[in-house]
Every structure is written in structure tokens, then in C-alpha cells.
Design a protein around this ligand. Structure first.
Ligand code: ZN
Length: 408
């Protein structure tokens, strides 16, 4: 049943389904999250065995091949060349997967390149060659329960943590993932993933998401406007899930000093109002524009150090101070989008350590951003509503089913 739904979904969202898969397999990843993947029939067709080893610190291709019981002098010679070392990276923790014939000959070796691309080493008439892996995109779905934090839940279960980061992004204006997540929070996701010969390589975008936390339920659906090529996440009614302002300019951070009328200034040692919020974060942590706007000021500004001010709509502007550096190509008058990286955390100006000092101004006066009432982002346009309803219908059904099925 799940498989049929998955197939409908692929068709409805406009993806090319895979050529008639024979059956489905419920694959348990870790204990908390289950994903459904199609059975790997390629292996049987090629008549080869698949083995996988994890690269250890200090490994060479020779030690790796020895662990894989491959004794092929030509292959060892090929992998030992300078040219190969330039293209393939033996990074500890990454895995290497090989397809071997029953006679011990290599059909294929899969691993990552220096720049993180999936590469394969395959035999040819002259010996071997390295080429990029052709990836196929598929939709996967799954659900799970969080014990401590979402980040930890995925990490502990060996799931790509970019999925956690993407979930946090999508719900950034609803939930602060550093503070608000309760144990027992549940999620269901439909996401795309990249496969090579039925082998999972990497995750892509989340297409639909349901998140239940502390009794509150959130659902988000990805929709791309074909005219503008811009995509966003929306509720099932077509309202923008994102507020026009993010709750925090940093993705994962902690507030070290809140908005207050009076506090002891750590550098001046005097009582002063703190008309902003300080976020403790390591130097170099990316800072995002909390909303769409125009750069009004970029440059050094006294105690603020390296400083950016952005003008948004409705008399709102935001300020970011003590930066270590700015994002490339940004200048006064540049347009920025919500979530765009504008600079990086530092301790320039008057600061005791690396942190972001963030201010939220309404008509030129600093206010507490957590108390400011900000508008939602633009909804699905009226003339796109039918298309949106059609595209999200099966995702909606699938989320409902995933939400109803018990997880551990
Ligand atoms: Zn501050």
C-alpha cells in the first residue's frame, strides 16, 4: 500500500519514476527512523557481490583493498598513481563500496572525490578509469520520534544531518530547534534522495513535512512557481509557512544576552541598556538576513565593529554587529533574500568574545524581536492555488498515513 502511494506521489510531483521496480523493502535505519527503499536488484543482475568498508585514519588504497580481499595488481597500480590521488580522497569515516565478481575482480568501486562528489572506478579496455557517478533522484518517506534533539536523533541513527538542518530551516519561524523541541516530538517527511545503482548517495530537498511538538502540529509543502522558479514552503491552505522574519539570524545558536533596559556592559563595566540580542557562536558561523530587504549600511562602525544594516518593508530594519567578515559581493544597495548569508560571526569592535549582536528596529527604534509581531511571507498566488492543491494532494495523504503509523 505504501508503495502504491509512493508511486502516485512521484507521478504527481512530476518526477520520472524508476523503471518498474519489482518490490519494496522497508529499510530500518537505526532504531528511530524508517525509510522505504526499493530493492537493490542491480547486484543480482551483474552477478557481483557488494562489500563496504569504512575508511580509517591512515588508510591507503592498499590497506583498504586488503580489507576487501581484492588482490588485483593492476588496480593497486592504478589507485597508487598521482592522478588518482588528485581525484579521490581517502577521508576517514567515509565509506568505500565495491562490486566484485565471484572471481574477485572489481566491477566497480564507489567513493567520494576531494570536493565531495560521488565517483566510481570502473574497468575499461586499458585498465581502469574514474568517472562521476550518475545520480538518479527518488522520493523517500519516513517518520520518527525524537528523544532529545532532532539533530542528535538523526546523528545517532546515521542519517544525513543536512536533513535536520533543512527541517529546522523550513520551520524556523515556528519553532526554535535549540529550545522548543520536547522529547517525544514526532515527524514525518517526504524527501528526495540521490541514488546510484540503487545505492543511497545523498539527500535532496524535503518535499513535505509534518512535525508535532508539544501538542502543536505543523505541516509544510514545497511548491515551486514555474514562472518565477522560486520555491517556498506552505501550509495546506497555501499560506506561507515562513514568517516574513526568521526567529534568529543564526541557524543553531544560543542567546547569551537578551533585550533589556539595563544591564552591566561587559566591556564598559557600566549599566547600560542592551537594545539587542547577543547570540554566542563560534567565529565564522554564517549569519542570515532575517528577511528580504536592501543593504543600507555595510562597513565598520565604531563599537559595532564590522556592521551591516538591512532595510525591510513596513519601517523595519535589522542590524548585525561584530562580524569577522562579510559575504562576498555585498555592498550598499544590494538586495538580499530571507535566509541569505550576509556575513560571519566575529568579535570586531567592542566585544569580549565572538558573538553576534543583533538589533531589530521599528521606525528607527530598537524593539525586542521576540515580542515584535511580524507578518507572514506571501501566500500561494490565487492563480496558482489549483495547481498547488493538485500537487500537494497525494503528499497530504501520505503524511496522514505516516503520522498514523506507530514508530518507536
Ligand atoms: Zn549586544
Amino acid at each position: 500500500m505504501l508503495f502504491i502511494l509512493g508511486c502516485c506521489l512521484i507521478l504527481t510531483l512530476g518526477y520520472v519514476p524508476d523503471p518498474t521496480p519489482s518490490n519494496t523493502e522497508r529499510k530500518i535505519v537505526g532504531t528511530k527512523i524508517t525509510i522505504t527503499a526499493k530493492e537493490d536488484d542491480e547486484i543480482h543482475r551483474l552477478g557481483s557481490f557488494v562489500e563496504e568498508v569504512t575508511i580509517k585514519k591512515g588508510d591507503t588504497f592498499i590497506t583498504l583493498l586488503r580489507r576487501l580481499n581484492i588482490n588485483d595488481a593492476l588496480l593497486i597500480k592504478f589507485l597508487s598513481t598521482k592522478e588518482t590521488h588528485k581525484r579521490l580522497k581517502l577521508k576517514a569515516g567515509n565509506s568505500v563500496r565495491v562490486h566484485i565478481t565471484p572471481q574477485g575482480k572489481l566491477n566497480k568501486l564507489l567513493m567520494f572525490s576531494r570536493n565531495g562528489r560521488a565517483m566510481e572506478v570502473v574497468p575499461n579496455d586499458r585498465g581502469f578509469e574514474i568517472r562521476p557517478v550518475l545520480l538518479k533522484r527518488r522520493l523517500l518517506f519516513g517518520s520518527g520520534t525524537i528523544q532529545s534533539s532532532l539533530y542528535k536523533a538523526l546523528e545517532n541513527n546515521g542519517i544525513a544531518d543536512e536533513l535536520a538542518s533543512e527541517m529546522a530551516d523550513i520551520l524556523a519561524s515556528e519553532i526554535d530547534f535549540n529550545r522548543d523541541i520536547r522529547s517525544g516530538a514526532r515527524f514525518s517527511i517526504i524527501y528526495s534522495a540521490n541514488f546510484s545503482d540503487n545505492t543511497y548517495i545523498s539527500s535532496g530537498r524535503i518535499h513535505a513535512l509534518e512535525f508535532t511538538n508539544n501538542g502543536q502540529e505543523y505541516r509544510a509543502y514545497l511548491f515551486e512557481d514555474e514562472d518565477t522558479k522560486r520555491s517556498g514552503y506552505y501550509t495546506e491552505n497555501g499560506e506561507n509557512i515562513k514568517n516574513a522574519f526568521l526567529r534568529s539570524p543564526l541557524k543553531f545558536s544560543r542567546v547569551t544576552s537578551g533585550f533589556s533596559k539595563r544591564r552591566l556592559h561587559p566591556v564598559l563595566k557600566k549599566w547600560r541598556a542592551h537594545k539587542g540580542i547577543d547570540y554566542g557562536a563560534a567565529t565564522g558561523t554564517p549569519i542570515m538576513a532575517v528577511s528580504k530587504g536592501t543593504i543600507r549600511y555595510i562597513g565598520s562602525k565604531g563599537a559595532y565593529g564590522r556592521f551591516i544594516e538591512i532595510r525591510h518593508q513596513n519601517g523595519v530594519s535589522t542590524r548585525y554587529a561584530h562580524l569577522s567578515r562579510y559575504a562576498k559581493k555585498l555592498k550598499k544597495g544590494s538586495k538580499v533574500e530571507q535566509g541569505q548569508i550576509i556575513g560571519y560571526v566575529g568579535k570586531s569592535g567592542m566585544a569580549t568574545g565572538p558573538h553576534l549582536h543583533y538589533e531589530f528596529l521599528v521606525n528607527g527604534r530598537q524593539v525586542d524581536p521576540s515580542k515584535a509581531v511580524t507578518p507572514p511571507g506571501p501566500p500561494i498566488r490565487a492563480d496558482r492555488k489549483n495547481e498547488f492543491n493538485l500537487k500537494t494532494a497525494s503528499a497530504k495523504n501520505l503524511l496522514a498515513r505516516l503520522g498514523a503509523s506507530p514508530t518507536n
